[in-house]
Ligand binder design. Structure first.
Ligand code: Q9C
Ligand code: ZN
Length: 669
């Protein structure tokens, strides 16, 4: 449905007119650098360009006092000395004669973006603005912020569009205390902010930036602060915070709209943040938010002071809003202890207010779940035993090997649009299956009785064709339908073919009655995850089975708490999602799983479904693989005790090897 990019060149006018080392980083080049890079990457051209308008004073009045608006209006006619004197009355602020005009354009840009998304003109978008907004309060400028762009957008969404649940995600590295104050007693706005905090020793030095500030009155639990107490937080820390904290809350909240206070001073190289997350991380954060609110995501620029890092991160965000798959994340996917401590303290502070967080265990769990022991006690993982040691070292050496084909270039807008989804479904037999391929197909099919039928053979041919396309980097994702009786054998051939093609890491998510192929290799190249009935078991760190959760809450904690942490830790080159016989998944659930698995796999997801699946299911999967948002799951229902227990058990078993599963610090640390 499209992505809006809202901008106005007048917003480059405001600038610092005197010496002030604290404020000099907020400069016009921030906008021009971001825009230039978007153009160079061909991303700007793919967006619906909207020219920002000025917000009206009535709109400013949605969150600011009339006296404060007058004060800012009057700065237009002040001289340099007067501007400097007035600026000194606020914390980290400079005024310029153009400030009022620019700040109204910044608010107007956010409102235009919001209106375009809420009227259905576009699916999502980014407003590139100066000055930023999230430190601005009802009657005060602060931290380069004059009017609170995102807060006004949220108030407008409530008032003019009648929305009841708005999620604000503030990934800027500073605490948006202005936004927090404006909504702290309002349960219709869930405000999430992570920020450099260092136990209160970082600007703006507020007690209320800590994890125990959770809102007040009706708004208890609707303010979520994640303080980073060390610098150097990286990709694994940010992704872990989303998987284990933000997303469970967000699904429970079930927002109608996501507003992002998109500051990129939380990216590597930024002098303010001193963090380590790479620009690609913002593609993943964006993608993770796109599964909410039917994909209605409005991002509004806040901070970001390292021009290169800012520009690159902006490109990653826009590229993802456009639906392109996120590039793989670099670096070890292991959250640091300090990050886990922070996440844990937020979980503790918020647990009284959120069912989705009550699932998370506060104490170490190593016991076998009684409800899932129908087939006997699951064999222990033997931490440190021969199997795991071999597996773990196999895994670490695999990461040193080069990828099957190189990761996409940094701004692969054009490269990524061409190899888009190839939808292959019966009866649409494609031309591309030449006779040579058919012979090859027959050879692959030979050992499998269930692949002898013509129908099964045809499906296999399509699968091999698609798989080769994906492994060669020509096709990003695909869908293949097989006769139900051939599902297991087809999946087996897919794995073998992937391996023989040189794949180093293949994630296989099998739902329903699909048995683990008998000759599955144990060298760490395959991570086999079976989601089906019966018991939770981890045969090794590469072979995991878990019951199919019965309720939405259980399904979400299975995806967010198990599947995605494993997938992000494994960093597969390719994901096979197989919906086998009796998989029991509803369309929206299957779509969510498939959509989210694009993240850790650079978009390379091959979905296998059964021929007699509904066309709706195939259609919905095709759309999410194409980059569209999955449909909303609707109201949250809490996970069953059995599902919670199964998840806890597997976490306990697998956490030592798969660090992305952790959401609490080590006891011995
Ligand atoms: N070195 C925004 O990112 N100065 N504002 C902090 C610590 C104020 C940041 C000084 C930073 C304000 C929108
Ligand atoms: Zn900031």
């Amino acid at each position: 449905m499209g992505t809006a990019l809202v901008y106005h060149e007048d917003m480059t006018a405001t600038r610092l007119l005197w010496d002030d080392p604290e404020c000099e980083i907020e400069r016009p080049e921030r906008l021009t650098a971001a825009l230039d890079r978007l153009r160079k990457c061909g991303l700007e051209q793919r967006c619906l360009r909207l020219s920002a308008r000025e917000a009206s004073e009535e709109e400013l009045g949605l969150v600011h006092s009339p006296e404060y608006v007058s004060l800012v209006r009057e700065t237009q006619v002040l001289g340099k000395e007067e501007l400097q004197a007035l600026s000194g009355q606020f914390d980290a602020i400079y005024f310029h004669p153009s400030t009022f005009h620019c700040a109204r354009l910044a608010v107007g840009a956010a409102l235009q973006l919001l209106d375009a998304v809420l009227t259905g003109e576009v699916q999502n978008g980014l407003a590139l603005v100066r000055p930023p907004g999230h430190h601005s309060q009802r009657a005060a400028a602060s931290g380069f912020c004059v009017f609170n762009n995102v807060a006004i957008a949220a108030a407008h969404a409530k008032q003019k569009h009648g929305l009841h649940r708005i999620l604000i995600v503030d990934w800027d590295v500073h605490h948006g205390q202005g936004t927090q104050y404006l909504f702290e007693d309002d349960p219709s706005v869930l405000y999430f902010s992570w920020h450099r905090y260092e136990h209160g020793r970082f600007w703006p030095f507020l007690r209320e930036s800590d994890a125990d500030a959770v809102g007040r009155g009706q708004g208890l639990g609707f303010t979520v602060n994640l303080p980073w107490n060390q610098v150097g937080m990286g990709n694994a820390d940010y992704v872990a915070a989303f998987l284990h904290l933000l997303l469970p809350l967000a699904f429970e909240f079930d927002p109608e709209l996501v507003l992002v206070s998109a500051g990129f001073d939380s990216a590597i190289g930024d002098p303010e943040g001193q963090m380590q997350a790479t620009p690609e991380c913002f593609a993943h954060l964006t993608q993770l938010l796109q599964v909410l609110a039917g994909g209605r995501v409005c991002a509004v620029l806040e901070g970001g002071y390292h021009l290169e890092s800012l520009a690159e991160s902006v490109c990653m965000t826009v590229q993802t809003l456009l639906g392109d798959p996120a590039p793989p994340l670099s670096g070890p996917m292991v959250p640091c202890q300090s990050a886990l401590e922070s996440i844990q303290s937020v979980c503790a502070a918020q647990a009284p207010h959120w069912k989705s967080l009550q699932l998370q265990d506060v104490t170490p769990v190593q016991t076998s779940p009684s409800t899932h022991s129908s087939e006997g006690r699951p064999p222990p993982l033997l931490p440190g035993g021969p199997v795991c040691k071999t597996a773990a070292s196999a895994l670490s050496s695999l990461f040193d090997q080069p990828c099957l084909h190189p990761a996409p270039p940094v701004c692969p807008a054009v490269a990524l649009t061409a190899p888009d989804i190839t939808l292959v479904l019966p009866p649409d037999v494609t031309q591309q299956e030449g006779s040579a391929l058919n012979e090859e197909t027959e050879a692959w099919a030979k050992p499998h009785e269930s692949l002898a039928q013509d129908e099964a053979l045809t499906a296999l041919g399509k699968l091999l064709y698609l798989l080769d396309g994906m492994l060669d980097g020509q096709v990003s994702s695909g869908i293949v339908a097989t006769p139900p009786s051939a599902a297991a054998a087809t999946l087996d051939v897919a794995i073998q073919r992937g391996l023989s093609h040189g794949a180093q890491r293949l994630l296989c998510v099998a739902l329903g009655q699909l048995d683990r192929p008998p000759d599955l290799v144990h060298d760490g190249r395959i991570l086999w995850l079976n989601i089906r009935g019966k018991e939770a078991a981890a045969l090794s760190m590469f072979q995991v089975s878990t019951p199919l959760p019965v309720l939405t809450g259980g399904f979400l904690s299975c995806i967010l708490g198990l599947v995605l942490p494993l997938a992000y830790g494994f960093q597969p080159e390719l994901v096979l999602v197989a919906l086998g016989p009796a998989h029991g998944l509803q369309g929206p659930h299957a779509a969510l799983l498939t959509s989210m698995l694009r993240g850790p796999a650079g978009g390379r997801v091959l979905a296998l479904l059964e021929e007699d699946s509904t066309p709706q299911l195939a259609g919905i999967l095709a759309r999410v693989l194409h980059g569209e948002a999955p449909p909303s799951l609707g109201p949250y229902s809490v996970a069953s005790p059995e599902d919670t227990q199964a998840l806890r058990y597997l976490r306990g078993q697998l956490e030592p090897q798969w660090k992305m599963l952790q959401c609490r610090p080590h006891l011995e640390a």
